[in-house]
Ligand binder design. Structure first.
Ligand SMILES: *[C@@H]1O[C@H](CO)[C@@H](O)[C@H](O)[C@H]1NC(C)=O
Ligand SMILES: *[C@@H]1O[C@H](CO)[C@@H](O)[C@H](O)[C@H]1NC(C)=O
Ligand SMILES: *[C@@H]1O[C@H](CO)[C@@H](O)[C@H](O)[C@H]1NC(C)=O
Ligand SMILES: *[C@@H]1O[C@H](CO)[C@@H](O)[C@H](O)[C@H]1NC(C)=O
Ligand SMILES: *[C@@H]1O[C@H](CO)[C@@H](O)[C@H](O)[C@H]1NC(C)=O
Ligand SMILES: *[C@@H]1O[C@H](CO)[C@@H](O)[C@H](O)[C@H]1NC(C)=O
Ligand SMILES: *[C@@H]1O[C@H](CO)[C@@H](O)[C@H](O)[C@H]1NC(C)=O
Ligand SMILES: *[C@@H]1O[C@H](CO)[C@@H](O)[C@H](O)[C@H]1NC(C)=O
Ligand SMILES: *[C@@H]1O[C@H](CO)[C@@H](O)[C@H](O)[C@H]1NC(C)=O
Ligand SMILES: *[C@@H]1O[C@H](CO)[C@@H](O)[C@H](O)[C@H]1NC(C)=O
Length: 614
């Protein structure tokens, strides 16, 4: 029996029972828990991951010196973040009137320098900042909502590879200049010009390039990757793979209105609506054609190519005209039940917590006395070579597309035309989605996959059901706890891997950092796939993995319709047709402890939907 795993997991779950003294209920477990906490406490803050001696200043040259950051001089951060470089570089030649902002962390992992590789992270939005997610998702230092102070991130992606976070397109984060982009081709053009300058500055010619991101980066990442392939220049643009979490790939309503009723059924203990409203959801879903659409197209293998005209059209606000704005209806009803309901993580509850970056899942809630948003502080800007006169907002309130319209999404099929090219060229594309994400529902991602032709075939031929496995690992530090074991569902065909993660919301990297980290190990080819039981490549003393059957995946991939009080699944599913929600339907088990929430006033809601997918 793998008691040590079981008990470290239990120990992290225990605070939920604090109101009932655990010593009274289970004295033996309480003693073990106490021991575990004492061990953690005496170990204190471990230096993250491997301690191999690597030379500092790997990339310091006369040319890069002006970008060098003093890793011990970052405000509020009381440890050395290591070698890094940040600043602005033009999107075209030497013209400094239009520049993107980057923060580059060379890896301490020798494998990264041996492999000559670099990974790009792009936050979505449109208009949200990548350095914001550096600090709250996968960077070397983390300062997440509700957390007392910045901490080193054991799961930082720079422990695996050379990492760069880039504020783009023009207008996002610290980038500055004229907003001229009208579509994703324009975004990619800006990026390509910047990247040429970046490679020249840091002498990265011949490096393998991996492009990653989340949310609206379901647009940016494929178009930039595809432009790199088109460039046919491996000295600068040797695209080797792509990974996207909780992405937008088509029109908004494919991932919002259409799957809402099915999602609400799957999570009916959270969306605990009264009878009349439950009926109204069903009625709307039927009347507006959403239920039929899902039933018809969310099947494996796919039925065929989906129409360009969806049952409801964008922008989502137009749906209000014909009473088909199901996403907004459900959102507003949820706000009655749980005024801190977050579209990003349906399990979140009140109270709202402080977000040092002032976003707080779209609420923009900043408590009295909280001070200036971290990246907008003058001392922080000075410390990271950011422009002193640019106001930093996690998500820009000014549009980053001309007239606020990205025609690739608003009147086109999103990124579906370019993703297949990236899969076919690299055979190395990963697309993941959190099961508790409501702002973009996983079914929308699956629908987009079923509408794309790559490797000579349309969509996945089989429904995803295999287990997504995350190796057990030392959860030795209070600040870096993350889940392990079978933690979702994974499926691969012809170079594309899809994975659903439970429990995780929209910010997959924040909610399940070990899953995101594992994804990167796979993307870089350090680990074979999500079924591998190989320990994390960065663990000093590898944890022994249990040698038992994994069973099926734990996230149901497909639609669920309600019929009276029964939940029935579509054809080709892992559920029996009379199941009442047991088995493979995700239930509200251990919920992430993140206290972030999504109060959005009516006006802000549209920003949450359209502007702030991030
Ligand atoms: C970096 O900052 C620390 C703390 O302010 C300072 O002691 C150190 O001299 C600085 N290093 C360099 C190279 O400027
Ligand atoms: C940029 O400036 C450098 C010198 O600072 C010069 O050598 C180079 O030709 C310029 N490039 C362009 C595109 O103007
Ligand atoms: C922005 O565009 C305007 C009009 O085309 C031009 O006059 C101005 O110089 C541009 N500014 C920048 C920073 O490129
Ligand atoms: C790409 O570049 C290589 C070498 O520069 C050339 O041989 C090849 O024909 C090019 N391919 C395309 C599609 O342009
Ligand atoms: C499905 O793909 C076709 C092209 O293959 C495209 O025209 C259509 O817009 C796509 N449908 C959706 C809903 O994205
Ligand atoms: C049921 O919920 C809906 C949506 O929140 C609300 O409009 C309606 O008033 C509720 N009915 C009762 C009896 O509370
Ligand atoms: C910010 O400062 C730079 C350099 O001093 C200047 O070129 C730019 O116009 C300023 N931008 C704004 C928005 O004031
Ligand atoms: C790794 O295991 C060895 C042998 O059991 C032990 O001596 C060492 O302290 C461990 N290192 C860490 C960092 O836990
Ligand atoms: C499932 O397949 C059966 C025949 O195999 C068909 O009669 C039924 O309508 C299908 N159900 C759905 C929901 O597509
Ligand atoms: C796993 O999924 C398969 C295929 O749908 C199903 O036949 C099997 O019963 C499932 N196993 C368990 C333990 O639920």
């Amino acid at each position: 029996m793998h008691w040590s795993h079981a008990y470290s997991v239990l120990a992290t779950a225990m605070p939920a029972l604090a109101a009932l003294n655990l010593k009274y209920l289970h004295p033996e477990l309480a003693a073990r828990q106490q021991l575990h906490y004492e061990q953690v406490a005496t170990k204190g803050q471990q230096p993250p991951v491997e301690k191999r001696q690597t030379p500092r200043n790997l990339f310091l040259t006369d040319q890069t010196r002006k970008f060098a950051i003093n890793g011990s001089a970052l405000p509020e951060i009381n440890f050395d973040v290591g070698e890094s470089y940040a600043g602005l570089l033009p999107i075209e030649g030497n013209d400094t009137s239009n520049e993107l902002f980057f923060w580059f962390f060379p890896s301490t992992n020798p494998a990264a320098q041996e492999a000559k590789e670099i990974t790009i992270w792009l936050t979505g939005g449109p208009g949200c900042s990548s350095v914001g997610e550096l600090l709250q998702e996968n960077g070397p230092v983390l300062w997440q909502p509700g957390v007392f102070a910045p901490i080193p991130n054991k799961w930082s992606w720079h422990h695996l590879t050379n990492m760069v976070w880039i504020d783009q397109p023009i207008g996002s984060g610290f980038s500055h200049g004229n907003v001229t982009a009208r579509n994703q081709q324009d975004v990619a053009k800006q990026f390509m010009g910047f990247w040429k300058n970046f490679v020249d500055t840091f002498a990265l010619q011949g490096y393998k390039v991996y492009v990653t991101g989340s949310s609206y980066s379901g647009m940016y990442t494929p178009y930039i990757s595809s432009a790199m392939l088109d460039a046919n220049n491996t000295q600068y643009f040797d695209l080797s793979g792509m990974m996207i979490f909780d992405g937008l790939f088509s029109k908004n309503s494919l991932a919002t209105d259409i799957p809402v009723a099915s999602f609400v059924s799957q999570w009916k203990d959270i969306f605990a609506f009264n009878n009349s409203f439950s009926q109204q959801i069903e009625e709307t879903s039927q009347r507006c054609g959403y239920a039929d659409y899902l039933k018809k197209y969310l099947v494996f293998p796919p039925l065929g190519i989906q129409p360009a005209d969806l049952p409801s059209q964008q922008p989502a606000t137009d749906n209000a005209v014909d009473g088909c704005s199901l996403f907004i209806d459900v959102y507003l009803a949820m706000m009655e039940l749980n005024p801190c309901f977050s579209v990003y993580e349906i399990a979140d509850r009140c109270p709202l917590v402080r977000d040092p970056l002032g976003f707080s899942a779209g609420t923009l809630y900043v408590p009295d006395g909280a001070g200036t948003i971290y990246f907008d502080r003058a001392d922080v800007k000075r410390a990271i070579n950011a422009p002193a006169n640019k106001t930093w907002e996690f998500c820009s309130t000014q549009p980053v597309f001309v007239d606020g319209l990205d025609t690739s999404v608003n009147s086109g099929p999103g990124s579906q035309p370019v993703i297949p090219r990236v899969i076919d060229a690299t055979k190395n594309v990963l697309i993941g989605h959190g099961s508790q994400d409501f702002v973009l529902i996983a079914d929308g991602t699956l629908l987009a996959i079923q509408n794309m032709t790559w490797g000579g075939q349309l969509g996945f031929q089989q429904r995803p059901i295999a287990p997504l496995y995350i190796p057990y690992h030392a959860n030795e530090d209070f600040t870096s706890l993350t889940g392990a074991g079978v933690i979702g569902t994974v499926h691969s065909e012809r170079g594309l891997t899809y994975f659903g993660v439970a429990p995780a919301g929209h910010f997959l990297t924040m909610d399940q950092p070990a899953v995101a980290f594992r994804g990167l190990e796979i993307l870089l080819g350090r680990v074979e796939n999500f079924q591998s039981t190989k320990a994390f490549t960065t663990e000093r003393n590898a944890t022994v993995q249990p040698n038992v059957a994994m069973g099926n995946g734990t996230v149901f991939a497909g639609f669920v319709e309600t019929a009276g009080s029964f939940i029935v699944a579509g054809n080709n599913s892992v559920l029996s047709s009379t199941s009442t929600g047991t088995g493979a339907i995700p239930t509200s088990g251990a919920m992430g402890g993140r206290k972030q929430s999504g109060i959005l006033a009516g006006g802000l809601l549209v920003m949450g939907l359209v502007a702030f997918l991030y």
